[in-house]
Design a protein around this ligand. Structure first.
Ligand code: ACO
Ligand code: OAA
Length: 377
């Protein structure tokens, strides 16, 4: 199809069903509702691996050796402290700004300060990715604490990525149930092939722009409620529904109004998201620890009603939203948690794209006014 013609045959709105490139990073298989990271089922990784191990796997293609893991952990722990200039930039953002806007700004600032900012060699790209793995939790935790009027909590070298994230957010050691649920969510959110934010990162990289530009753009794409913003929207929706007994009537009204039900449906999975059962198991343990049976009943009733009425299943944002609330995060901080995880997948894709690059520039079929001219031209 030539751009500038009015040929519309073959347009795939939203690129639905279009295969745009190969990837060796993850496989999303809707026929089996399964997800592999570099060949490993995500459920196995969630059960047995730290987030740091998964990050290495996604970046390098293999799990780290003990020495490689120890070295990555040391670098991650050394890179956690919030850079004073990033902190200043966060402080200058009003607390009325959405935390995703603040995080997008903080990551952009970190990119400008990065010692390898002008270097896009494979070594430098990996170093930048590792620095983001280490730094993003501190940005998220700091912003949430300042919104609560609380002082910064310094990171702890004796805690892994997930536990330290909770420590710097809440200033207290998480329970094992909380730390496990959070680690599992981080592993499940880390990567999902050519979703909208990852594709955004690849488009930006395809122009040979730098890694931080790609990540900042990806944060913007993730913010929307049809993508990562759904985890925040899910708990707002559950609050609106109120109680389990109200679920069916609320759903009927929402569907009649043509509303999208947050946390349900998926562009690729049509028979359930492979990650949901694993996250639901963690949510169940949090519910038990917090004696939050009302949450569990509402969660189950709404999912059953949605299945009965539309046959549409939950996606990962449905269980992760209530899990993040039980962990104690502010609702509007949920999507930044997704960023802290997905930054690993985005940067793996940035490196894969750059290694075999082709400018991403599709065509469009013009359907605006025919050629016309200014008076007297
Ligand atoms: C981690 C993630 O990013 S997962 C996605 C998180 N996003 C959400 O949870 C937001 C709610 N879900 C949605 O909006 C959609 O399911 C999406 C955007 C995720 C996928 O959308 P698409 O693949 O474009 O599917 P599409 O929107 O065409 O839906 C197909 C049909 O199912 C319906 N449908 C899909 N999801 C929903 C939903 N959540 N609520 C109500 N109806 C839905 C659509 O209305 C449409 O019905 P129709 O054929 O009668 O018009
Ligand atoms: O794959 C998608 O379109 C959205 C998604 O589930 C993710 O990014 O985790």
């Amino acid at each position: 199809m030539d751009e500038g013609t009015d040929v519309t045959d073959g347009i795939r709105k939203g690129l639905a069903g279009v295969v745009v490139d190969t990837t060796a990073i993850s496989r999303v298989d809707p026929t089996t509702s399964s997800l592999l990271y570099r060949g490993y089922p995500v459920q196995e990784l969630a059960a047995r691996c730290s987030f740091e191990q998964v990050a290495w796997l996604l970046w390098h293609g293999e799990l780290p050796t003990a020495e490689e893991l120890a070295a990555l952990e040391a670098r991650e722990r050394a890179g956690r402290a919030l850079h004073p200039q990033v902190r200043e930039v966060v402080d200058r953002c009003p607390t009325t700004a959405h935390p995703m806007d603040v995080l997008r700004t903080a990551i952009s600032c970190a990119g400008a300060l990065d010692p390898d900012a002008a270097d896009d060699s494979p070594r430098a790209e990996l170093a930048k990715a590792e620095r983001l793995l280490a730094a993003v939790p501190g940005m998220v935790a700091y912003d949430q604490r300042r919104r609560r009027g609380l002082d910064v909590v310094e990171p702890r070298d004796d805690l892994d990525h997930a536990r330290n994230f909770l420590w710097t957010t809440f200033g207290e050691e998480p329970t094992d149930v909380a730390a496990e649920a959070f680690r599992v969510s981080m592993v499940l959110y880390a990567e999902h092939s050519f979703n909208a934010s990852t594709f955004t990162a690849r488009v930006v990289t395809s122009t040979l722009a730098d890694l931080h530009s790609a990540v900042v753009a990806a944060v913007g794409a993730l913010k929307g409620p049809l993508h990562g913003g759904a985890n925040e929207a899910v708990v707002r929706m559950l609050d609106e529904v109120g109680t389990a007994d109200a679920a069916e009537a609320w759903l009927d009204g929402a569907l009649a109004d043509g509303r999208k039900i947050m946390g349900f449906g998926h562009r690729v999975y049509k028979d359930g998201d492979s990650r949901v059962p694993t996250m639901e198991a963690s949510l169940d343990r949090l519910v038990a620890e917090h004696d939050a049976t009302g949450t569990a009943e509402l969660y189950a009733r709404l999912a059953a009603a949605m299945d009965a009425r539309k046959g549409i299943k939950p996606n990962l944002d449905y269980p992760s939203g209530p899990a993040y609330r039980l962990l104690g995060f502010d609702t509007e901080a949920f999507t930044p948690l997704f960023v802290a995880s997905r930054v690993v997948g985005w940067t793996a894709h940035v490196m894969e794209q750059r290694a075999a690059n082709s400018l991403i520039r599709p065509l469009s079929a013009y359907d605006g006014p025919a050629e016309r001219h200014l008076p007297g031209a």
